[in-house]
Design a protein around this ligand. Structure first.
Ligand SMILES: NC(=O)c1ccc[n+]([C@@H]2O[C@H](COP(=O)([O-])OP(=O)(O)OC[C@H]3O[C@@H](n4cnc5c(N)ncnc54)[C@H](OP(=O)(O)O)[C@@H]3O)[C@@H](O)[C@H]2O)c1
Length: 258
């Protein structure tokens, strides 16, 4: 299957699941994968947005590539195993899974809100474990596949602005590293993507440095998945920036607002 596909972004994957696919980076990845000939399962809560993507996606000539939307709340953990099995059946396999679902509610300087924190941990981390455990077992058994998690530069340090968001992304980064250490011996790649700020509904109204567009973010993420890299920053300039930020001593870091 994959050998017949062209070399446009996403093309090496015959089948893919994108969790968190109804807007922003996830929507752009779905469109690019399908345009490259991949059969894509697009998962999110907003069915109307999934229908919009399904009906407007540009597919290559010759019948390759498609998008099938599945409405699902990733916090419905009990429903996930049956949905995963159904999708694998519908697509005819699972070569790639991208866990991209995420939330980042606004948190005030002195706000400590467990309801918001819980949603971030559940959507950004716990549900990632639920989906990626299923994908790991499937790919370990088939001895191939690619697992990708959309983490963030935010996971590299515990910054003061949104403690639970940073924690959720740090947890996701560590979980992905552990999966990689388990699965590489079975021929399964696990890729951690760490975008800097991206102009999406999540960041609407925020003034953030070095903001990029969704298509650049999706292209960067897909290039990392195709390359089989263990992890990478998008864009790459965040690599050296985060190296510096990671190495600022804690006693100094707490006096800054970065
Ligand atoms: N934007 C940035 O600057 C930036 C930077 C670094 C990393 N990231 C990460 O990139 C990923 C994509 O974010 P984005 O910026 O593209 O934001 P976005 O447009 O808000 O996309 C978030 C996606 O997650 C889905 N989602 C949220 N809660 C869900 C739930 N309970 N069940 C199922 N799906 C759910 C949303 O779908 P529904 O609402 O339809 O369910 C949507 O498809 C996130 O993990 C985010 O943390 C973003």
């Amino acid at each position: 299957m994959s050998a017949s596909l062209s070399t446009t972004p996403g093309a090496p994957f015959g089948t893919a699941i994108v969790v968190g696919a109804s807007s922003g980076i996830g929507e752009s990845m779905v469109r690019k994968l399908a345009a490259g000939g991949t059969r894509v399962a697009a998962i999110a809560r907003r069915k109307s947005e999934l229908d919009r993507i399904e009906s407007s996606v540009q597919l290559p000539a010759g019948g390759a590539g498609k998008v099938i939307g599945y409405a699902h709340d990733v916090r419905d953990y009990d429903a996930t195993p049956a949905l995963f099995d159904r999708i694998v059946q519908d697509l005819g396999g699972c070569d790639l899974i991208v866990y991209n679902a995420g939330v980042m509610p606004r948190i005030e300087e002195s706000e400590y809100d467990f309801t918001k924190d819980r949603e971030m941990i559940e959507v950004n981390l716990l549900a990632a474990m639920c989906w990626l455990n299923l994908a790991s077992a499937h790919m370990e058994a088939q001895r191939k596949g690619t697992i990708c998690g959309i983490s963030s530069v935010a996971g590299d340090r515990g910054r003061r602005g949104n403690p639970a968001y940073h924690t959720s992304k740090a947890g996701l980064t560590t979980y992905l590293e552990a999966l990689r250490n388990r699965l590489s011996r079975y021929g399964v790649s696990v890729v951690t993507v760490k975008p800097g700020p991206v102009d999406t509904p999540m960041t609407k109204g925020l003034k953030l440095p070095l903001m990029i567009g969704v298509d650049q973010a999706a292209d960067g993420a897909l290039a990392l998945m195709r390359s089989g890299a263990a992890e990478g920053y998008v864009p790459a300039v965040w690599g050296p920036i985060m190296w510096v930020i990671r190495n600022v001593p804690s006693v100094l870091f707490r006096r800054t607002n970065i």
